[in-house]
Design a protein around this ligand. Structure first.
Ligand SMILES: *Cc1c(COP(=O)(O)O)cnc(C)c1O
Length: 456
């Protein structure tokens, strides 16, 4: 039997990549003040900044765009979108938004109040920002295994249910909802087990607290359950997805992730009174309830993408291609977050560049070197992104210094990934010459997007 895993698609349209030389990249990154966010995308050879909105749509999804019904109210495309979301997610109310954070903005605008606590396995940065903006506390309760990047565990994305149960026992009245993010993006793209989701649901229901899923990478999570959790090997990903959502009362979703769309999102709930309030805000901020922030053609593309993403052959290829990169790096002795997650590869910059202090941003230094070496763009998730303490305005080292290489869906081939592996190994071989960085100028909030830096 043939063992090679091939990309389960053919390429019928291409986008040329502009190749640059190392000298050009030295200049370009200096002009961009050593911040990859400030580069022009066309000066990047392999863009691994994010997997959000960067997927390649299928010929079916492109064809669906042409079917888009752009009627203001009650468009055909809305019904197709709503029916598909309900088929997979099962919630009674579906509210379309222009992306995931707009769904969060509406949900937390209603549910998060000063003095409230909202626990999650790990809040994504926009989720945390929307909760804190409304004066509530965003509390991360990752499982204990998540703390060590070098130890493999099949479900490192799990929430710590013991800690959650204790929190609920002591302060249930302060918790408007409990969230679980699948897969755990900020925790390394690690999956959450069905057993963990079921247990959270039990705790939430016993206390009468709504349970929401941040569903951005629900299909990858479903496939990890299929491959790693006992009892699911013969279950189709769509049925695993349906079971996951059956334990929840609602969800937020970014269609820019596991729906292959370039824009879009939605909010779901089973609570009719809450849905009514949410639609009122939707009309103020996004649009009429049958299109939200989206064009009819976007609703069509999302409806197609939600079914395509659950294809078992696609999901096998997706998880195995991420694992392929992680395995080659691990075999070369490079410190990488283990086991491989779904959507990204995370280098452990603390162990990659142990001679650089956290306050000299080893992750940023590594991201800059990957650009110079090979034109690869990726993002630091460490002390630079972590930013200043909101209470004291002081800077502290982050818990981990990671560099995330997010893999856009269906965009790069295995030879692109071989190029990435080779580039990382070349940087690893000259790691002792790499110096730390210093911030020249940075805003107070979300500083990693626009900070200007220089080399020490
Ligand atoms: C991307 C993402 C969001 C926010 O979605 P946008 O579409 O970028 O606004 C929320 N949660 C998680 C886990 C995400 O990955």
């Amino acid at each position: 039997m043939i063992k090679a895993i091939i990309e389960p698609f053919r390429i019928k349209m291409v986008e040329p990549i502009k190749l640059t030389t190392r000298d050009e990249r030295e200049q370009l990154i200096e002009t961009a003040c050593f911040n990859p966010f400030l580069l022009r995308a066309e000066d990047v050879i392999i863009d691994l900044l994010t997997d959000s909105g960067t997927s390649a749509m299928s010929s079916d999804a492109w064809a669906a765009l042409m079917r888009g019904d752009e009627s203001y109210a009650g468009a055909r495309s809305w019904y197709r979108f709503r029916d598909t979301v309900q088929d997979v997610f099962g919630f009674s109310h579906v509210i379309p938004t222009h992306q995931g954070r707009a769904a969060e903005h509406i949900l937390f605008g209603i549910m998060a109040k000063p003095g409230c606590i909202i626990p999650n396995n790990t809040h994504f940065d926009t989720t945390r920002a929307n909760i804190e903006y409304n004066g509530a506390e965003a509390l991360d309760l990752p499982c204990k295994e998540a703390a060590d990047p070098g130890t493999p565990h099949p479900f490192k994305g799990n929430i710590d249910t013991e800690a959650l149960e204790k929190l609920v026992a002591e302060q249930a009245d302060k918790i408007p909802l409990i969230m679980v993010t699948i897969t755990n993006n900020s925790g390394g793209g690690q999956p959450v087990s069905m057993a963990n989701i079921r247990e959270v649901s039990r705790i939430a229901r016993a206390a009468g607290i709504p349970f929401y899923i941040d569903a951005c990478r629900f299909a990858e999570n479903a496939h990890f359950i299929k491959r790693r959790e006992e009892g699911y090997a013969d279950t189709a990903p769509i049925d695993i997805a349906r079971e996951m959502f059956s334990y929840a009362d609602g969800c937020t979703m970014s269609a820019k992730k596991d729906a292959f769309a370039n824009i879009g999102g939605f909010l779901c709930t089973n609570d009719a009174a809450l849905a009514h309030q949410e639609r009122n805000i939707l009309i103020l901020t996004e649009g009429f309830p049958t299109y939200g922030g989206l064009a009819g053609r976007d609703l069509e593309a999302i409806a197609v993408g939600l079914h395509e993403i659950l294809d078992e052959h696609y999901l096998d290829y997706r998880l195995l291609s991420t694992r392929y990169v992680v395995k080659h790096l691990d075999d070369a002795g490079i410190p990488v977050l283990l086991p491989a997650g779904g959507h990204a590869v995370y280098l452990d910059a603390r162990r990659f560049l142990p001679h650089i202090e956290p306050l000299q941003y080893p992750g940023q230094a590594l991201a800059v070197e990957l650009y110079i070496e090979a034109g690869i763009r990726c993002v630091e998730i460490g002390t630079l992104m972590f930013g200043l303490d909101p209470h004291t305005g002081e800077e502290h080292p982050a818990r981990q210094e990671l560099v995330r290489l997010a893999i856009p869906r269906r965009v790069y081939t295995q030879s692109h990934m071989d190029y990435v592996i080779e580039a990382i190994i070349l940087v690893w071989e000259r790691r002792n010459e790499i110096r730390g960085m210093r911030i020249v100028e940075a805003p107070q909030f979300l500083r990693h997007f626009t900070a200007r830096l220089e080399r020490l």
